[in-house]
Design a protein around this ligand. Sequence first.
Ligand code: ASP
Length: 354
Amino acid sequence: MHGIVGWLAVGLGLTPLVGCAPAGPRVGWEATEVVLAIHGGEGDIDEKWSNEDKERYKTKLTKALEEGRDAMMAPGGTSLDGVEAAIRVMEDSGLFDAGKGTVLDHDDHASLDASIMEGREKRAGAVAGVTIIKNPITAARRVLEKTRHVLLVGHGADLFGIREKLDIVPPDYFLNPTNWEELQREWKKDNPRFKQPGRAVAAPGHQHYGTVGAVALLNKSLAAGTSTGGLTNKMAGRVGDSPIIGAGTYADNAACAVSATGIGEFFIRYAIAHDIVARVKYQHLLAGEAADEVIKQLKTLTPPEPTEGVQGVEGGVIVLDPDGNFATRYNSTQMTRGYIKKKGPPVVILFDKK
Ligand code: ASP
């Protein structure tokens, strides 16, 4: 509601026109009646994927959606259950830049970040820089449920995972030939110690890497979560947007749930996830329109290193509103994603142009 016009309208008992939600959608939703949607990062290109790769990704994304929905629909299930269960499948798959498939820091270590949030009371939990926790999303959920804090980092977060009896793995669980080769390629570029972290881009014949995220809706209550190993060759100690509430993840039942992927520094600086929610809440945009606006803004920014085929800073988001309307927005070549309704088979999209 804007200024005196709004106040006058209220004073006169009229319904003010300014700021009212429009009748009917102004954006094309990717799908409606969605209960759970996921993403597996953005930015790869079709030609790099073999048919076997495509099959493997489809199978895992399908499993993530089915297990997420099952967890939500079980007696007492919640939207948080859907987000956590779906992300765990992707973390365990080794196919994404999260959990087992995570990319490596400049110093050849894996350090993982995750966050989760629910939209009713805005409870949130996150971990950053964990090194021995198999499923960072579950650690984030425990922070939400078992502590009075929102974000635990590094050693303290790892210890919390041990105390909570989460699945603990040796740090080399996260090492594999693919992320090692990927790191070496970055090292070989000029002056690697001072160069900006590179996006995780898989070489031909290698796995695709992407941060993972989920948004879910049950009984009008939203949840969102994101999990990542960050950027290849990032500095030790670097934390991206994924565990930062308001940057990589946000959920508000009065607006929408958001999970983001992209160059985390910009998502932190522009508070992207919360920016989308704020545009829905205060400008009364639809979630898809708000996502459009922030992606447009990313296009105007200057990244540390330009990414081929991307205007501005590379990134993408998935958004889900309290009516089950789902949208994906990104400015790179592709965003891997999928969604599922209360009934029926999951839909998985690897490449839009297919
Ligand atoms: N946003 C993640 C980060 O900056 C990386 C990604 O989404 O690919 O840590």
